[in-house]
Ligand binder design. Structure first.
Ligand code: KIV
Ligand code: NA
Length: 263
């Protein structure tokens, strides 16, 4: 199937279809998610908390995302690929953001994503003018974890809620092709979606966003713990553990390799 483009995402939403989005960090997984028909794969800097074993996204480098993006690109034929710009690779200036974004587009990204509110509208505008698709990310923003008081629901009160709406509106005006909305009350997720004309991708933002996004190891049951908004749709960790245990037992018991698996 042909690669999904921005206009196809917009068409799906206009037709009343909910967009499906998952994070992805490697080609093996990308092949599975793409074949299952997931519309959007986000090469998120959640690669830090997941595949790379850090406790946050803050240690993730541009090289980490660049390599992962090219792997996801090679593992897919259909999914729209969004690559995260890691902390420290876009905040200084629009020029810095453009240099970073070009590397990710070269690696295979269909769009780049940055965290931040209204203050990043000029950066979004510069990237857009440079011909690069930008996805904004509002609400809970992992790069600003310390400033936001840790991973907690954003926009619970009127003032905070209005500020997040203003952020989303100004980023759309600046040219963002979509907005990720993370950890906000469902009512706010719905309101932002209603106000914007570009798709919203909700993660812990209720059921009325244009799309639903989850971190794949969370939704697949690869982790011991996952955020309360992330449903466990499978037990992939247990399945892998079972395969590994069976392999180990077979080798220790000299049952593997057998004749069939030997030359
Ligand atoms: O890094 C990440 O996984 C994200 C999610 C919101 C997709 O930014
Ligand atoms: Na991210």
């Amino acid at each position: 199937p042909a690669r999904i483009r921005v206009q196809h995402l917009n068409e799906m939403v206009a037709n009343g279809e909910v967009l499906t989005a998952l994070t992805c960090y490697d080609a093996l997984t990308a092949r599975i998610l793409d074949a299952a028909g997931i519309d959007i794969l986000v090469v998120g800097d959640s690669i830090g908390n997941t595949a790379l074993g850090f406790s946050s996204t803050i240690q993730v480098t541009l090289e980490d995302i660049e390599r992962a993006t090219s792997a996801v690109m090679r593992g897919t034929t259909r999914a729209f690929i969004i690559a995260d710009m890691p902390m420290g690779t876009y905040e200084e200036s629009p020029a810095q953001a453009i240099r970073t974004a070009i590397r990710l587009v070269r690696a295979g990204a269909d769009a780049v994503k940055l965290e931040g509110g209204e203050a990043f509208a000029p950066t979004v505008e510069a990237l857009t003018k440079a011909g690069i698709n930008v996805v904004a990310h509002v609400g809970y923003r992992p790069h600003a974890d310390a400033a936001l008081g840790g991973p907690r629901v954003q926009g619970r009160d009127e003032e905070e809620s209005e500020a997040i709406i203003d952020d989303a509106v100004s980023l759309e005006k600046a040219g963002a092709i979509a907005v990720v909305v993370e950890m906000v009350p469902g009512k706010l997720g719905a309101k932002i979606t209603e106000i914007l004309s570009v798709p919203t991708l909700g993660i812990g933002a209720g059921y009325r966003t244009s799309g639903q996004l989850l971190v794949w190891p969370d939704m697949a049951g690869m982790t011991e713990w996952q955020p309360s908004y992330a449903k466990r749709f499978g037990e992939v960790g247990a399945a892998l553990s079972n395969a590994v245990t069976t392999f180990r037992t077979a080798v220790k018991g000299r049952e593997f390799p057998d004749k069939e698996h030997s030359f």
